[in-house]
Design a protein around this ligand. Structure first.
Ligand code: PLP
Length: 382
């Protein structure tokens, strides 16, 4: 029923109950949340210091360690989206004047550059054309040149669909005495990740992609090496909300009030991580790979070209070149408005050149690939 709300004597607002179309979200994120996750989110909130909630926070920590394959004690969820967790890694590791080397191979590398600069880092960059990745030799020679305190890389560059291999990078960082900071926003839960084996010191992610959860509670982790740097820093972390010295006391045994956690989002995150545990993280990775390979085959059979070389393609996010003469934006709009299927457009340098198709978390299923191809065939000119 529509209601009229009077804002003042001359302004009136017509408001009806919430009505949102049901969409299949096959873009760069958010992906559709798992129904069990939405159900968990619907549980009545308790207090943020309630023993039942504190126990749930402990479970989130353990399940996150499993999902990331790490034993880092300081493994938590930041209240905020992936960007907040990204900022938490930078705020807690970069001290003014620190050389921060960022590997830029897409849009999110540039965001790291901007952020590290704002925290006083002496930021240096190495770059790759969008869609390519860095070799170990290129990283070694950049570390030799710049001698950074921190090397920051994006594992899964959502703007290009490329997966940066990380094997051996942690050893290089140890050789050159620097920390390794990794963006796993589009990889956690969908792409193999072995943080400890790979020697990653700081990592962050989001809830709305591979974890099949709504956005707003974002994984963060920090190794003991990174915590040592934090303990030795000269000044305070210049961001109160994201200071791990304070947040660690809420998530750790002291349980000191820090902020009112978004209780229901943490219910959702806990359920999504439980579902991953139930499926088994290796099975999850395998499912993402199999469905992505099926998508790639179907797209190529349809005559479309994929932007990234197969070896470095992300199973969670595929970039497809928009054929010459096709209005990519118009196609995406038609898919959304006429068929309720969302795909993403290109970002930054790839704007207007590619579509971005996500198969993440709960959405990584064969039937979704079939549905996408069915509607693409109807919308794309032959
Ligand atoms: C690689 C990468 N890093 C960071 C972010 C920022 O995350 P959020 O949009 O959740 O703040 C995104 C978002 O899609 C991303 O894909």
């Amino acid at each position: 029923m529509t209601q009229t709300i009077s804002i003042n004597n001359s302004q009136h607002l017509q408001v009806s109950p919430l009505e949102i179309p049901s969409r299949l979200l096959l873009g760069p994120g958010p992906a559709n949340a798992h129904p069990a996750v939405l159900q968990a989110m619907n549980t009545a909130p308790v207090g943020h210091l309630d023993p039942a909630f504190l126990a749930l926070m402990d479970e989130i920590q353990s399940l996150l360690r499993y999902t990331w394959q790490t034993e880092n004690e300081l493994t938590i969820a930041v209240s905020g989206t992936g960007t907040a967790a990204m900022e938490a890694t930078i705020a807690n590791s970069v001290e003014p004047g620190d050389v921060v080397l960022v590997g830029v191979m897409g849009y999110f590398g540039n965001r790291l550059v901007d952020m590290a600069g704002r925290y006083g880092g002496d930021v240096r960059t190495i770059t790759k054309p969008w869609g390519q990745v860095f070799s170990l030799d290129e990283l070694r020679s950049a570390l030799q040149t710049h001698r950074p305190a921190i090397l920051a890389l994006v594992h899964a560059e959502t703007s290009t669909g490329a997966r940066q291999p990380l094997e051996g990078v942690g050893e290089l960082c140890r050789e050159f005495g620097c920390l390794l900071l990794i963006d796993t926003v589009t990889s956690l839960g969908g792409v193999p990740l072995f943080l400890d084996e790979w020697g990653v010191d700081l990592a962050y992610s989001c809830s709305q992609k591979g974890l099949c959860c709504p956005p707003g509670a974002s994984p963060f982790t920090m190794s003991s090496r990174a915590r040592e740097k934090l303990q030795k820093r000269q000044g305070k972390v210049p961001n109160w909300y994201l200071d791990m010295n304070l947040l660690g006391k809420y998530w750790g045994s002291e349980r000191v009030y820090h902020h009112t956690a978004p209780i229901n989002l943490y219910y959702a995150l806990r359920e999504s991580l439980r579902l991953i545990g139930e499926e088994g993280i290796e099975n999850c990775w395998q499912r993402h790979q199999q469905n992505a390979e099926y998508l790639w085959e179907r797209l190529e059979d349809f005559g479309l070209t994929l932007h990234v070389e197969k070896e470095y393609r992300l199973p969670t996010l595929t970039t497809v070149r928009i054929p010459e003469g096709v209005d990519g934006k118009a196609v995406a709009k038609q898919l959304l408005l006429e068929h309720n299927v969302e795909v993403g457009g290109g970002l930054g340098e790839l704007g207007g050149k590619v579509w971005r198709i996500g198969l993440m978390g709960f959405n990584s299923r064969k039937e979704n690939v079939d549905r996408l191809l069915e509607v693409l065939e109807q919308v794309l000119p032959k």
